[in-house]
Design a protein. Structure first.
Length: 472
């Protein structure tokens, strides 16, 4: 049965990676995969193959009854419920954050930033866009930031082929900027919500490696740019991204207030978690509730405006990408089934025996994340290695909360996806919006991205081996 679970997972993984070729949404594959794996696992467990026997005995409430009944209770009422709870924390956080960002977007809040970028010099524009993207992706997330910046590119650069290089630079900056922030990338959110890393360790330890991984390839790309941009014709200023009229009916004050309140809600979440020690999704829901009340009051005062033009939360929710939410649900529950069956534990032992180096393991995960989705890769790594408790043996120190393994995994999974355009959500978005060709990216950007990734990784390793011990 274990072999069947592994084969099914690999087939499902391949279908997810080849989503565009197969024309099958990866969310559908992930949901089907997770259901099949848990179905196989429950029959596997009834055969007496439970990995965590001590936990099974502790949670068993039907002592004296049939063993099969006890196993069914343990799998259904303990293991599945625990994993659903863990996954729900991530999903509720993503749902809240996506709604806040979408609310800012439909009210034109991001124009507060983008309207200030007016330079026509190609090199200056490249650096300006990269720095703004790096900062925005840390505060918002790399996916949303990429969409906003690509839409800005259409206002600044008329020729599509000329936009490609700038759009690819945005991918690099967005993925690097999201890697050092607890809310900047989906994989970072996963590790932060589960408690593998904390804000206090994440930002100071990863900001410099992330900055290096972004600025070094941007520096190399800048040599291929010369001169100024041509004027953009008026038609280029229209954006199909903003389909609602909300940005036209709110006052400048209301637009700014929504922007600053929304961004403040996102920035407040790590502070909320540090103060209360409650899960981050409660912090984002608190912020969403405040925004919701403000927008309801704001639209309540606009009596003469048609209801169809108002971007209330109920309307904004219709713009959320729920297929992405369902994908996370499916793939994380699929990985949970592998974890319960002990497959991920065995894989961790194999990696330790063959590589026996946490840096090599994470660098490999980062490179793999450029080929396949980094969400299941990180979920798999979290299933393979548990967070070591305080006072553990010296060999387990890298696996403690904020240990070297988890911090480096955060960097590698976030930045490694830039090596290929299909390796990150930011890259896939640019492919869709600007029709950037896979082979073109491979020829013109992948080498720069790989150099940046390895340079940042090297900086992190040197930082951990020499700088951190000196500070302590």
């Amino acid at each position: 049965m274990v072999s069947l679970m592994i084969i099914l997972f690999l087939i499902g993984y391949a279908c997810i990676a080849l989503e565009h070729n197969l024309k099958i949404n990866k969310a559908a594959t992930a949901l089907l995969l997770s259901s099949l794996l848990w179905t196989i696992y429950i029959f596997y467990a009834q055969g007496g193959y439970l990995i965590n026997v001590e936990e099974y005995i502790e949670h068993c409430k039907f002592a004296g009854k049939d063993v099969v009944d006890n196993v069914l209770h343990y799998v259904v009422d303990v293991q599945i419920i625990e994993h659903v709870g863990d996954v729900a924390e991530i999903i509720f956080f993503l749902l809240g954050a996506m709604t806040v960002v979408e609310l800012i977007d439909v009210h034109g809040g991001f124009s507060i930033i983008t309207n200030k970028i007016t330079t026509k010099n190609k090199k200056k524009l490249l650096w300006t866009l990269s720095i703004v993207t790096f900062i925005m992706s840390a505060i918002l997330d790399n996916l949303t930031t990429t969409i906003v910046m690509v839409m800005l590119l259409r206002k600044l650069i008329a020729k599509q082929k000329e936009r490609w290089l700038f759009a690819c630079a945005i991918i690099l900056a967005a993925n690097s900027g999201g890697a050092f922030s607890p809310i900047g990338d989906v994989t970072t959110i996963m590790l932060w919500v589960k408690g593998n890393v904390t804000t206090q360790a994440l930002i100071p330890n990863l900001i410099l490696p992330s900055l290096v991984s972004s600025l070094f390839p941007i520096f190399l790309i800048s040599f291929s740019l010369k001169g100024d941009l041509e004027e953009v014709v008026e038609e280029q200023h229209s954006s199909s991204h903003h389909t609602l009229k909300a940005a036209e009916i709110v006052t400048p004050f209301e637009q700014k207030f929504i922007f600053y309140l929304g961004v403040g809600c996102l920035v407040f979440v790590p502070i909320f978690k540090s103060i209360t020690h409650l899960p981050p999704f409660l912090g984002i829901l608190l912020g969403l509730g405040a925004l919701w009340i403000y927008t309801e009051m704001m639209y309540g005062n606009k009596k003469n405006i048609p209801e169809s033009s108002k971007a209330r939360i109920s309307v904004v929710l219709g713009r959320i990408d729920f297929t992405t939410i369902l994908f996370f649900l499916g793939i994380l529950m699929a990985v949970a089934a592998l974890q319960c069956a002990g497959i991920l534990h065995d894989l961790s032992i194999l990696l330790d025996e063959k590589l026996h180096n946490i840096y090599l393991i994470n660098i490999l995960i980062g490179i793999l994340s450029s080929i396949v989705d980094n969400v299941p890769l990180v979920a798999g790594a979290m299933g393979m290695y548990e967070v070591a408790p305080a006072g553990c043996a010296e060999a387990m120190l890298p696996y403690m909360q904020d240990g070297t393994f988890w911090l480096f995994l955060t960097y590698c999974a976030g930045v490694g996806g830039s090596i290929l355009i299909i390796g990150s959500a930011a890259g896939v978005v640019v492919m869709g919006l600007e029709k950037v060709d896979f082979v073109w990216y491979l020829k013109h950007v992948s080498l720069y991205a790989l150099i940046g990734y390895l340079t940042g990784a090297g900086f992190f390793i040197l930082q951990e081996l020499f700088l951190v011990p000196m500070l302590h």
